[in-house]
Design a binder for this molecule. Sequence first.
Ligand code: CP
Ligand code: NVA
Length: 316
Amino acid sequence: MLRARKQDFISIVDAGKKIEALINNALKLKNEARSRSGHMKSRPFRGKQVAMIFEKHSTRTRVSFEVACDHLGCNAIFLGSGELQLGRGESIEDTGIVLSRYVDCIVYRAFEDAAVRRLAAAASVPVINALDDMEHPCQALADMMTIKEKFGKYRGLKMAYVGDGNNVCNSLMLACAMLGMNFTAACPHGYEPPQSISQLAASISMDTKCRMEIIEDPKLAVKGADAIYTDVWTSMGQEKEANEREKVFSAYQVNRELVSGAKPGAIVMHCLPAHRGQEITADVIDGQQSVVFEQAENRLHTEKAVLLWLLKGSTR
Ligand code: CP
Ligand code: NVA
């Protein structure tokens, strides 16, 4: 019998036209979860297994996936990469093939995007990117769900991302392009998103008719913004550059003055973990306009929607 090619979620663009349906389903699941302490009545994935390989630290991604699995009735197996034979030189390909014989889905947080793609190419089960050096697609879904909750729409709104053109920025930019939300990033010279991402976002935005721009001036970026987003200046794996980055990004702090340049009532976003006093001040992240803990909660609901999308019909 011919089996449909399995679907991976490595880049946010892999969600394609389903992105809005995924977000709407997550909103529905959030509503339902409130009345049933999270569990789905049917436990649709009872007996299914999800392997979770993490090469880097995680609070939100790890816990939200583990809880999402419990709510859906399936089992999550956490695998710190150092404990796997992967950490002793077994190939990514052999790891993917072997795990596919046991589990129905692999969640992978990796240093390199190439590693996630190699695992996905070798595995016969869906692979979910739980953050790599290029993208953080699960985060972008939760972020765009938060926008939908706050504003009820994307069109005509402006997202201003201030800081490092990193994995979180890349997925957010692509997600905005896909959903028709205007996006401006303010990044220091040399720290912009890679051209492969900005060009892809620009081409998607031609269809969805929104504006994508990358500039250097944070004040200009936040002008007219409905949402201001920032992330750490030094991502996991870049620790050696931390001192240099602190200097480069010092003018990119999201503080009260910068926020006052956006639309009144603009929301402030951060994927967390945050460094108060560096990329964002404590008064802003802990203030009235901040939605960072809604974003964090929404990780749970969007992880569930992603698992429902990828595991439905899995027949391993
Ligand atoms: N935002 C996010 O992915 O957080 P963790 O690193 O804690 O998973
Ligand atoms: N850009 C950050 C995001 C952490 C969730 C990192 O990669 O460390």
